[in-house]
Design a protein around this ligand. Sequence first.
Ligand SMILES: C[S@@+](CC[C@H](N)C(=O)[O-])C[C@H]1O[C@@H](n2cnc3c(N)ncnc32)[C@H](O)[C@@H]1O
Length: 378
Amino acid sequence: MVNECIDALLNCERGSGRIRHKKYSNNDKEGEQEEQVPSTSTSSPLIFVDGTLGGGGHSAALLQTLKGGDIVFGCDIDPNALNEASKRLSYYTNHDGIDRPLFVPVQSNFGNLATKLPTILHPITQKLILSKGVDGILLDLGVSSHQIDVPERGFSFMRDGPLDMRMGSASGTNNDSDDTSSVSDVGGLKAADICNEFDEKELQRIFSVYGDEPKSKTVAKAIVKNRPLYTTGELVDAIGSVIPQFAKNKRHGRTATCARVFQSLRIVVNNEDGVLSQVLSDVCPTLLIPGGRLVVMSYHSMEDRATKRIMRDGSLEKIRNGRQRINNDEKDLYGNYNGPSKPFKPLSKRRKATEEETSRNPRARSAILRVAERLEDF
Ligand SMILES: C[S@@+](CC[C@H](N)C(=O)[O-])C[C@H]1O[C@@H](n2cnc3c(N)ncnc32)[C@H](O)[C@@H]1O
């Protein structure tokens, strides 16, 4: 789905003349060997935000497609991810940006980007980069395989490690961030704190709401009975004490249950629903220019529901009977909607990974891609 994300970003109003001239390649510098296709609609530079830089795969593909003068801000809350991706993309950093696009790494929670990006200086000219808005924002939500693969981070139920799960901590240690704006980059709460301190009812709610866990009550009870829990292995054992390893319905087996429980703990530790609301309803409408693209890849129902509602209705509020509830003060004389204008127009139906994509990248199995365009009169 990498190519589709990049195509969706590049079809922004100002970038529509830019033709994708090469397929994504693992060679990040390959773009320099390709003939750059000049823009037919405009020569003004394009600015994009990769809000979830991770291993830098999407940013690399985007940079390969852009030309001199264009800029990609690559943001991640995780300093490890930022360092690794910056090394990978070093060909695009710290240069004048004339002969090739510029990559600018930003360590931040994406919930803070509306205040953070306007303060960032060009590494060579030392002038503010952002004079207007940005042409596209990409959010590839959740954790990366790099984070899952490090046992000390505590994200994986397959590897024993401390019950941590904080995305903003490098290899499980706290880091100092210079980001003083509203959303905390490194939360104090760890998964162990939730397992050991939250009451049974709250644990049940967390597993049910953020994991769609059918056995939320049983699992919550087992955790309370077996605590204190300090490691991922201890949590897996607690779950295993009440959930059979195999079940007729795979969804009720231990692996699927562990996946849902770990996912819900991660969401709470990192305040993922709060930050997602903020980035979708505040940061993206603020930063995107009219005609700019918002491209979101989500991996579970909470993320996709929020994305769909913001793109379609401009609000995170629940829709009843397919219609948005309209307050009386948002109706005109004839009862028609006359409230605040919506920030986005959805551009396509949601898109899921094909079988071929899933076989190449198993994580894509649950991926849902949505694209929207920022409207003019918001
Ligand atoms: C699925 S990975 C992105 C993978 C990336 N697209 C690539 O091509 O390698 C998600 C990344 O987003 C980061 N992330 C998650 N929540 C974040 C937030 N609130 N602010 C900034 N980064 C966040 C994670 O640390 C992780 O590195």
